[in-house]
Write a protein that binds this ligand. Structure first.
Ligand code: 6PG
Length: 237
C-alpha cells in the first residue's frame, strides 16, 4: 500500500489526474469504477480542465462503485454529479458509460449490474475484475456504500448488494468488497479534516479498525494507493 500526501484538495486533484492519465495511456478497454459523493467534484473539474483533450476517453469504460437509488436527474445521483463535473466536458462515447439505473427497483438493479460486470469485465476466480476502482471514505469509515452497520455486505455472495444509508435510510446499489479487492488497482481519494480520525484509525491499524469497511480494502493482487490532503492526513505521523 502507498500513501501519497498533498497540501490541499486541488493538489490531490492535480496529482490524481496526472496519475490517471498515465494509467490509461495506450490502454484500450480500461474499466474503471468511479466513486460518488462530493470529493470527486473538484477532482473531476480538474481532470476535465487539464486532461480533457489529453486522454483518449473512448478507451475508457466508466462504471460506479455505488449509486443512490434515485433517478439520474436527481441531485443525489452520482451519475448526475459525474455528468455535471466530467462527462459534460469531455468527449466520452455514451456507450462507454455504464450507469447504475438508480430509478429501477434496487433488487432488480443490483442483479442487472452484477450481470453487466460479469459480462463486461474479465473475471478472476469468478469475480469481475476492474482495472481501477476509485473509492472515497465517509466520516464513519464506510466506502462505496458498504456502511459499518451493514459490514456483513462486504463479503456478500452477490457481487452487487443493496445497502442502506444509516441516517437517511436511502437505498443504494454497491459493489461488494470481493469485487473491490479483486481490482488490479484501488485508489482512495480522501480529503478534508472530517476524515482525519478514521484515516488515523485505519491507516494506523488502531484497535478495532477492522470494524470500518474502508479498512477491509486490501486488494488481493492489486495495488492500493491513498491520495490524501494534509487535512485528512493530519492524524498520521
Ligand atoms: C457515495 C460514495 C461514498 C463516498 C463517501 C465520501 O455514493 O456517497 O460513493 O462512498 O465516497 O461517502 O463522500 P464525500 O466525498 O462526500 O465525503
Amino acid at each position: 500500500m502507498e500513501i501519497q500526501r498533498y497540501k490541499d484538495k486541488v493538489a490531490v486533484a492535480e496529482a490524481f489526474s496526472a496519475y490517471l492519465a498515465k494509467a490509461v495511456a495506450n490502454k484500450d478497454n480500461f474499466h474503471v469504477a468511479l466513486s460518488g459523493g462530493s470529493t470527486p467534484k473538484l477532482i473531476f473539474d480538474v481532470l476535465a480542465a487539464e486532461y480533457g483533450d489529453k486522454i483518449e476517453w473512448s478507451n475508457i469504460h466508466f462504471y460506479w462503485g455505488d449509486e443512490r437509488c434515485v433517478p439520474p436527474s436527481d441531485d443525489q445521483s452520482n451519475y448526475k454529479m459525474t455528468v455535471d463535473h466530467l462527462f459534460s466536458r469531455i468527449a466520452v462515447p455514451k456507450e462507454n458509460i455504464h450507469r447504475v439505473l438508480g430509478e429501477n427497483d434496487p433488487r432488480a438493479e443490483a442483479m442487472r449490474y452484477a450481470n453487466l460486470l460479469e459480462i463486461n469485465l474479465d473475471r478472476v476466480e469468478g469475480i469481475p475484475q476492474f482495472d481501477l476502482v476509485i473509492l472515497g471514505m465517509g466520516d464513519d469509515g464506510h466506502t462505496a456504500s458498504i456502511f459499518p452497520h451493514e459490514i456483513d455486505l462486504w463479503d456478500a455472495a452477490d457481487h452487487c448488494v443493496i445497502a442502506t444509508q444509516p441516517e437517511s435510510g436511502q437505498k443504494r446499489v454497491s459493489i461488494n468488497g470481493t469485487v473491490i479487492n479483486s481490482a488490479k488497482e484501488v485508489i482512495f481519494l480522501v480529503t478534508g479534516s472530517s476524515k482525519k480520525e478514521k484515516v488515523k484509525t485505519i491507516l494506523g491499524k488502531e484497535e478495532g479498525y477492522k470494524r470500518f469497511p474502508a479498512a477491509l480494502v486490501q486488494p488481493s493482487q492489486g495495488k492500493l494507493t491513498w491520495f490524501l490532503d494534509e487535512d485528512a492526513a493530519a492524524g498520521l505521523e
